[in-house]
Write a protein that binds this ligand. Sequence first.
Ligand code: AGP
Length: 610
Amino acid sequence: MCGIVGYIGGGGAKHIIIDGLKRLEYRGYDSAGIALAADGRLAVEKAVGRIANLEARLAEVSAEDSHAGIGHTRWATHGAPSRANAHPHTNADGTIAIVHNGIIENYAELKERLTAEHGVRFRSETDSEAVAHLIGLFYEGDLLAAVNRAARELRGTYSVCAMAAAEPDKIVAVRKDAPLIAGLGENCNFLASDIPALLKYARMIYLIENNETVLVTRNEISIFNEKMEKVKRDVFHVTWDADAAEKGGYDHFMRKEIFEQPAGVAETLNRGSDENGAIKLDGISLTKRDLEHIERVYIVACGTASHAGLVGKFAIERFARIPTEVDIASEFRYREPYINAKTLFICISQSGETLDTLAALREAKSRGARVLSVVNVVGSSVARESDDVFYTRAGPEIAVASTKAFTTQLVCMYLIALYMGRTLGTLPDAEYERVLLELGQLPDKLTLLLEDEPKIRDIAKRIYKNERIFFIGRGNDVSVALEGSLKLKEISYIHSFAIAAGELKHGTIALIEQGSLVIALASQDRLFEKMLSNIEEVKARGARVIGLAKAGNREIEKLADEVIYIPVCADEVTPIPAVVPLQLLAYHVAKLRGCDIDKPKNLAKAVTVE
Ligand code: AGP
């Protein structure tokens, strides 16, 4: 998830592009760069950290103005934040420059071919650099043709803007599964990954569709399909204000990030597979020998991440048959845990900066444990201090309430457990394939699920005045109940409470009275009958029950007052679809209660204090 800006006009490219990049800062980034057409060459400048660092470098080295340029803010996915890894990337002689948003899945193959067959020397760790060399390889004086030719070699997700020193009056862009728009300005034209970047200069825009190539000059924007036939496209008039535009037209970052989950899950799943079809867990070097050496796994995290850990425990014990414990990070190091060199310490953290989690990691490491982390922020403290890092590819998560980071953490835990099971031989190939297939079907199922938002909004209208709400579930639904309850309490300030349904009768049921609201998660086929009994228990004491079950389950309608349905899927993977309606429910309840959804009171996005 990066920010892209392209400009071509009468002058002022440097300032306009920098200004555009600043309007994309909310997307999160760790480095930035710009390429400007000047005096027959491409002047490239990059800097790690804030855009102000890039401006400082520009002030030093390139004072002259320019009429065309491309800029980029990078959210690292391949290669830590550094000037070498920052975009724009160029071909060997710097005559082609590109910026790229997305992930080139076959970059290793391309890199090998470019190096072996064309003697290309790569200067970065990124997947994107391969695109610059590829365009350079096909360039014969026609940038549009070279970009189109190169795009045919790419697999993965990309929106790419390219410039050629020999054609300074053109910018060419191409996209597949990563956002790209083109904006019509006054005597100038724009390209961007997101509307806010160009809103100050252009409100008439073209939405570029998948596999389309765009040629932008000062006076014209031409759109071509895969066959390079010109495409007619209606202009979209942007009426948003700047604040709404930052959220991509959504009212809040949280809702935007809920709706980004199909893409985040897909991108986190798409790690490619190795020669014998096994998942390639980039960043994990655990060999069969290493895994056979492991006697115990600890999964340690905080908040939402710890709920992902509970699902991870289930998956690792089920697929890899290794005893696994989940610990809250703030408790872990004070309980004198049993740790030695045969311990695998898995740490989950969206920010990679949560101090409780970092402290627990350091404790485990000091006692000889092998540390594997699941992190969303590349190059964060947790990532840097781990032996292995397996990145979620959720993109920047801005809202304090974690949503897309959670579902992508779940994907990572499943992939790690599947990898361990397959490597150790404790998981039959057929089971491995079955679960992997189920995971692969989730992005489309999540997209379908999100279309049910109006039903969830209606339920929110009926329940938002409640001051106390119970969440119950069994098996994998316990972690979803905990997560749904946390989402609700942290943004609506309703006192919500989650408990394993079987545990109700050991005390908590004393709180259930006439009118109590209970959200009963019953997605687990093998525990469904048990859940029906628990629903009867609370109904008998006057509770109102909102059930959650797989589509087509009519049984639950006999007992629950209303039912939220999720798409049919295997019990093992239900936490991913099951949490989405609860995220939406929390969002709409909080909205109806007039709460500050993206920045709830007393909370921070990364808790860097103990
Ligand atoms: C979740 O919505 C909260 N923001 C919080 O529980 C969060 O998950 C927790 O603080 C852990 O943060 P981390 O994933 O960045 O380590």
